[in-house]
Ligand binder design. Sequence first.
Ligand code: ARG
Length: 504
Amino acid sequence: MVGSLSLSLLSRAASAGARTNTVSNQPINLTDNQPPQNPQNLQNAQTWSQRFESALHPAIARFNASIGFDIELLECDLTGSVAHAKMLAKVGVLSEAECEQIVSGLEDIRQQYRDGKFNPGIDEEDVHFAVEHRLIELVGAVGKKLHTARSRNDQVGTDLRLYLRGQIAQIRQRLKAFQQVIVTLAEQHVETLIPGYTHLQRAQPLSLAHHLLAYFEMSQRDWERLGDVLKRVNISPLGCGALAGTTFPIDRYYSAELLGFEEIYHNSLDGVSDRDFAIEFAAAASVIMVHLSRLSEEIILWASEEFRFVTLGDTCSTGSSIMPQKKNPDIPELVRGKTGRTFGHLQGLLVMMKGLPLAYNKDLQEDKEAIFDTVKTVSGCLEAMTILLQEGITFRTERLNQAVTEDFSNATDVADYLVTKDVPFREAYNLVGKVVKTSLAAGKLLKDLTMDEWRSLHPAFEEDIYAAIAPAQVVSARNSAGGTGFEQVRSALNRAQTLLTQAD
Ligand code: ARG
């Protein structure tokens, strides 16, 4: 079945005229499926061995190619190739002179790329072929020796790991910058109070700093989690070959060391087909996005007329094209929205992997866009949220202060008060239910009950009940480890500042 399908494709391509493959300078026209005007002789045009008699059908070439996105790996591909060439020279497969020519050719390609002078098009199947072909153009026949003792399978695995290693380092830096603005904001708001919620119902008042520092803690775990993922990213598959290793006396530890990998894959089949590290990265990125999305949701609520806890600055919010009074929280909405695509990439990678027999399968080419987009999304969202917290959000402290005095979120403290007067907690809890009911019926808040009313509810109430249920006291009293009491919050801030100085 598969055989007859590929045969029919080949014969269709053949009848369309002999096509050049990736060595050609003739770009494959992607706008239509017409054969090129000047088909070249396969003798100088083939990428594949002479086993092939015709090149790919243009539509199939387009379908098969990854150059449109794996160009992102170009510098990593060059770095990996330099290490491979040096290793080949070390073990005597290349002479020192050959190695030097190859390495300098690869570095020239890097420069050309940076200068915008190397833009491989769709006539190259992927970045690996693009580099190899350019190298041969630049250094001549010696360039044809570079691919000795390796395959694109270990090559692409190496590139992706180098790429992800660099990106993870950058995302971790962005996490630190995000944490830093949280700490700066929290420092300003230790004694600012904000209603705390459970079930989105007013529960107990909090120090605003405590609320913000919850996100610091989440980000700290995100930073640590990425560090953990890095351990599995930083393993070299280079030298695993196509799947089974190689007949050449290569030194995999040497190329791994040159590339800064901590370890090598100990099984060549696993080395070329493992994408666990990519899945782990997508999972860690998804957790970061969960955290950013939760914060986004809170900011969106807080900015609403219903809450009025924050105002958003003009540099970080947008207007409506029709309703001039509106200021929209586009940044947190976008972050919340982009969270979905990150989860999608994780799911895509998991499903892509689950049915693959060992070892490399072309399905694996699908890993790249998922990873690139995840990197771009999580980096962009971290940057935007950092800017938003830094300059785009102002807490309306008067409104917050009013909010914490206008509800029954000090009810637990009435119960706690009675416990200090030797009333068992459950009994106190039931009694406070009655207190709240009585107050509601009288249209009063707890702070407005008279001493006589308190006394009629329980003889243990004394004058000091008023101080005990004042919002600042309610917060301050929660001095248990990790609680919202101001003393705890100050030590949480100290802890955060110490963690911020932590190196990788
Ligand atoms: N573009 C391919 C990828 O991204 C490179 C590896 C191709 N290997 C192969 N045996 N066809 O996975």
